[in-house]
Each structure stands twice: as structure tokens, then as C-alpha cells.
Design a protein around this ligand. Structure first.
Ligand code: SF4
Length: 83
């Protein structure tokens, strides 16, 4: 087993099935993933990690993560790199 970052242990989605982040990835406020993210204490760390790691992936962002859709994370990453 590979250890994740320390903040991951406080994630609201720890132990949740991965598929919930892909079942309705366009949902912004009422999907199961969105509800988890809304109560998560490490959303900022998750977002920074998502932007960093997803920019290195060929397919780019996919699914719902860090309280944002893939499109929202892509826009956030583009803005951050241009700032
Ligand atoms: S912000 Fe969402 S995806 Fe990220 S760790 Fe928290 S619950 Fe999981």
C-alpha cells in the first residue's frame, strides 16, 4: 500500500466508493460527491493536489473532485498558471 499525503486522512471521502466521483460529474451541488466535498475539511489541499497532478495527465481533469467539476478545475488551473 502506498501512503498518501497526510491531509488525505482527514478527507470526508475516505472510504467512500470511488465511482461516486464519476456518476454525475457535472453535478455541482447535489451529487453524492458534491455533498461529501461540501463538508470536507481539506478541500483546498485536495484542489491544489488535483490541479498539480491532473495537469500532468494526458487526459487532464475528469470526474468531480475538490468540490469542482473537471471543467471548473481546468479553468482554475489555467487561471493559476497565468497569474
Ligand atoms: S474535497 Fe472532496 S474529493 Fe477532495 S478529499 Fe475532500 S471529499 Fe474527497
Amino acid at each position: 500500500m502506498v501512503a498518501g499525503p497526510a491531509w488525505w486522512e482527514r478527507a470526508a471521502c475516505a472510504g467512500a466508493p470511488l465511482e461516486i466521483f464519476f456518476e454525475d460529474y457535472r453535478a455541482r451541488g447535489n451529487s453524492r460527491a458534491a455533498v461529501l466535498c461540501a463538508s470536507c475539511p481539506v478541500t483546498e489541499q485536495c484542489l491544489q493536489d488535483a490541479v498539480r497532478t491532473e495537469s500532468q495527465q494526458y487526459a487532464g481533469p475528469w470526474g468531480f473532485r475538490a468540490g469542482r467539476t473537471a471543467s471548473q478545475r481546468r479553468s482554475y488551473g489555467t487561471l493559476r498558471r497565468s497569474a
